[in-house]
Design a protein around this ligand. Structure first.
Ligand code: HEM
Length: 441
């Protein structure tokens, strides 16, 4: 099978095809607009979005070029980063650039290793129980509820307790509400956005201050770890401002992304009774009614495949973009300095060369054999290269706890006639939520 990008010419530098229309589609449903572009033009196309040239690249070789091999000549100086995310996350991991970014990533990476994260598994299970108790009350009343919303609350609870677990009860609820308000407004210039951010800052700085005054070097949560971490070269710790920016980055990057993934997972599973019954069989064998613990994760192999396949069809981070710092050429195409280059997990995960029958939900695409045979950069729900998601193991751990625990307690159905519409903002959401009914087992 030929898996080379379409329209490639190594010898002569060329300009990619240019599509000048689509302004309305780009605003209304940019992910579908991108998908249509790849269907009409192939693996590379220039489109009109910003004053500077913008290109969509839709081949794993190109992903490798932009995010991995030549990642250093592309940065995150994009509209999304500059005008939306940075207003909240400042110079945190998500939006900072070298050399600060590298220094911070090095310092924080150890806290996100699977072995380290294991300490949060119980906390994740407890938060899940609480959400399931709420769903239980809907089930008892036979009342429909918005599963997307429940997942939002749950993942926010998890990430804020992981960060602030120690003095959580007094703060995490207020923090949670403020983060939700910021995400809802999503317009940094609005007065309410700025007021909310101010409240959030006051809480976070206050917690940091009080933690610094504690006599013991105990490590109860991620915040303790951030406060106690020391840079290798200087032996110093982070400033309050840097800790604040990292806390905000983790709250923003770690909450909605995971919630959407789980929301879409429930949407897909409600249409896949055979898959659900195979999961149930696995849960019976591995867990026999217990809640999952860290030791069970490697045995829940079918659950793992199901989660991966859900992230293929509905990658929460549906688009990843960069700015070219110098003139570059990708696959024989000219990319002028200053251009915006986008790769879209949503379109890439539907590339027919790598994903036969791309719209079909099929967890068997993720058997170890199939994974090994596929191009490494054909599947990038967490991005790729140096700036790949630091929280990927965190998100997978949440999912492999929440999926089994929920199915152990409930049978879930979609509410008929409720329209499920994909809504691509910063992340890929369901515009009108995911209305479901639950029946206790
Ligand atoms: C299913 C859930 C998640 C998805 C789909 C996701 C996706 C991504 C993607 C695609 C990137 C790279 C963006 C780019 O290259 O421009 C990223 C970066 C990042 N993510 Fe996640 N993420 C998820 C969960 C989390 C969680 C749970 C956390 C933290 C607790 C987190 C923290 C971060 C941070 C800090 C970055 C920036 C990393 C850096 O630039 O060094 N993410 N995420």
């Amino acid at each position: 099978m030929n898996t080379k990008p379409s329209g490639i010419s190594e010898r002569n530098l060329r300009k990619p095809p240019f599509f000048s229309g689509g302004a309305r589609e780009l605003v209304r449903a940019p992910h579908r607009f991108f998908l249509q572009l790849t269907r009409d033009y192939g693996d590379v196309v220039q489109y009109r979005a910003t004053p500077e040239p913008a290109f969509l690249f839709n081949h794993p070789d190109f992903v490798k070029h932009i995010l991995v091999s030549n990642g250093r000549i592309y940065n995150k100086d994009t509209h999304l980063n500059k005008y939306m995310l940075q207003a909240v996350t400042g110079q945190g991991l998500l939006t900072s650039e070298n050399p600060l970014w590298r220094k911070q990533r090095r310092l924080m990476q150890p806290f996100f290793h699977r072995r380290y994260l294991a300490r949060f598994a119980d906390l994740m299970a407890t938060a899940t129980h609480e959400t399931l108790d709420i769903i239980e009350s809907y089930a008892a009343q036979k009342r429909p509820f918005d599963m997307a919303n429940e997942m939002m609350t749950l993942t926010l609870n998890i990430v804020s307790r992981t960060l602030f677990g120690y003095d959580m009860e007094s703060h995490s609820e207020r923090i949670g509400q403020a983060v939700n308000t910021l995400i809802e407004i999503a317009k940094p210039k609005r007065k309410r956005f700025q007021e909310t951010l101010k409240v959030l800052d006051e809480i976070v700085f206050d917690v940091i201050q009080r933690r610094r005054q504690r006599p013991h070097a105990e490590q109860h949560d991620l915040l303790d770890m951030l406060i106690q971490a020391r840079y290798e070269d200087s032996g110093e710790g982070m400033s309050d401002q840097q800790i604040r920016d990292e806390v905000m980055s983790l709250l923003i990057a770690g909450h909605e992304t995971t919630a959407n993934t789980l929301g879409w997972l429930w949407y897909l599973l409600a249409q896949q009774p055979a898959v659900v019954s195979q999961i149930e069989d696995e849960l019976e064998v591995v867990l026999n009614g217990r809640s999952p613990t860290v030791a069970d994760f490697p045995k829940l192999t079918y659950c793992d495949k199901v989660i991966k396949e859900a992230m293929r069809l509905y990658p929460s981070a549906w688009s990843i973009s960069r700015r070219a710092l110098v003139d570059d050429q990708i696959g024989g195409y000219e990319i002028p300095k200053g251009s915006i280059v986008a790769v879209s997990p949503y379109t890439l995960h539907r590339h027919p060369t790598f994903w036969p029958e791309p719209e079909t939900f099929n967890p068997e695409r993720f058997t170890p054999e199939q994974e090994a045979a596929r191009h490494r950069y054909a599947y990038i729900p967490f991005g790729a290269g140096a700036r790949k998601c630091i929280g990927d193991q965190f998100a997978l751990m949440e999912s492999i706890i929440i999926l089994p625990m929920t199915l152990q307690r409930f049978r879930l159905k979609l509410v008929p006639d409720h329209s499920i519409e994909e809504h691509a903002l910063v992340t890929l959401r369901a515009r009108h939520g995911i209305l479901m009914t639950a029946a206790s087992r």
